[in-house]
Write a protein that binds this ligand. Structure first.
Ligand code: NCD
Ligand code: ZN
Length: 346
């Protein structure tokens, strides 16, 4: 039996760190295990200019506890008034790693997102020209489209036409939650990859709704039927380099989650690597974990892999992860995988 597994230090290709006291509270949970992360720009107000990204990066580095080694990979929040030259300069300086597209109204703090892709054509063309990846929250926001269908409809009506119009644009389809998403990524032989979260490999929509409503499993895109979860597990554990980890760890305080109108977001930074070891072991694919967490992402982004390593250990007893962490803004509940996990990070 494998009881320890040493892999290259992982990266998180989709992470929400917030700002202020929340940033201070959650950053060590990621920096403990991960060397780098793509930092989501959906603050209030969002990070839309290079200057704002530089200031936010400095606040993240200032919040990093002494002795921890972590590099935030910054992104800009794309709006209909984003200046292509500002994006190009920030990318050339290494200040930003990618640009994030939120359809307006798709999720938490996305009110300034894009309403009409025609209005961002110039900036997308510039990004294609300079090789700056576009990270996409792939859900339509049309009222008449069922929330469980929003990803599949987005692929057909927005993503595929966009990629046909601009085949040189490097796209990351973020936090895919459907078999449709898996199949679409597999159908592309260049310039398309996808991130998958830890929680979407472990829960389906029943976890949210059966036996009482469970707000801590509610995130966007919302977890789908079991058939979709199984397709995500096959993709993540297959060794296909087009799929890699983006936890979408997204902290909200417990009062904001446990509310008549609870916020979307699962906070999984604390136990993500242990949960993933469990998933990959269940799939008989522990040998593919390193690719998913540490190799495929850097390859797609054209970055070096990390020099350091991370060791996971399998115990004979289940590991007790904290139910919540305390932050200066209030308690934040940690993702509960709903089953015993025997793995921990050494
Ligand atoms: C994210 C958040 O809270 O910022 N929420 C979520 O459910 N994933 C926003 C997002 O990435 O959709
Ligand atoms: Zn997110």
């Amino acid at each position: 039996m494998t009881d320890t597994l040493t892999i290259r230090r992982p990266d998180d290709w989709h992470l929400h760190l917030r700002d202020g006291e929340m940033l201070k509270g959650v950053l060590p949970e990621t920096a403990r295990d991960f060397a780098r992360a793509i930092i989501m720009p959906n603050l209030v107000p969002p990070i839309v200019t290079a200057a704002e990204a530089a200031a936010y990066r400095d606040r993240i580095l200032a919040a990093l506890p002494e002795g921890m080694d972590f590099q935030p990979l910054m992104t800009l929040y794309l709006t209909e008034s984003t200046d292509p030259q500002d994006v190009a300069a920030a990318h050339a300086d290494g200040l930003i790693t990618a640009v994030k597209l939120y359809p307006a109204g798709a999720t938490t703090n996305s009110a300034s997102g894009v309403r009409d892709l025609d209005n961002i054509q110039k900036v997308l063309e510039k990004m294609a020209e300079i090789g700056c990846p576009l990270c996409i929250h792939g859900e339509v926001t049309t009222d008449t489209v069922d929330i469980f269908d929003r990803e599949a409809v987005f692929i057909e009506t927005v993503l595929d036409p966009l990629r046909r119009r601009l085949p040189e644009l490097r796209v990351v389809s973020e936090h895919i939650t459907t078999k449709n998403g898996v199949d679409y990524v597999k159908s592309a032989n260049r310039n398309l990859a996808a991130t998958i979260t830890t929680h979407h490999l472990m829960i389906n929509r029943n976890h949210i709704l059966v036996g009482g409503i469970k707000p801590h499993y509610y995130c966007l895109p919302v977890a789908k039927r079991e058939v979709h979860r199984l397709a995500l597990r096959v993709a993540a554990t297959s060794g296909d380099s087009r799929f890699f980890l983006g936890t979408d760890s997204a902290p909200h305080t417990d009062p904001n989650k446990e509310s008549a109108c609870g916020c979307a977001g699962v906070f999984s930074a604390t136990n993500t690597m242990a949960c993933l070891a469990h998933v990959f072991e269940q799939e008989g694919a522990l040998d593919q974990l390193e690719g998913f967490t540490s190799l495929h992402g850097p390859a797609y982004y054209g970055l070096p892999v990390n020099v350091g390593t991370l060791t996971l250990k399998k115990h004979t007893h289940p590991i007790k992860f904290p139910a919540r962490i305390e932050t200066g803004e209030g308690p934040v509940t940690v993702f509960d995988p709903g089953l015993d996990i025997y793995w921990s990070v050494e």
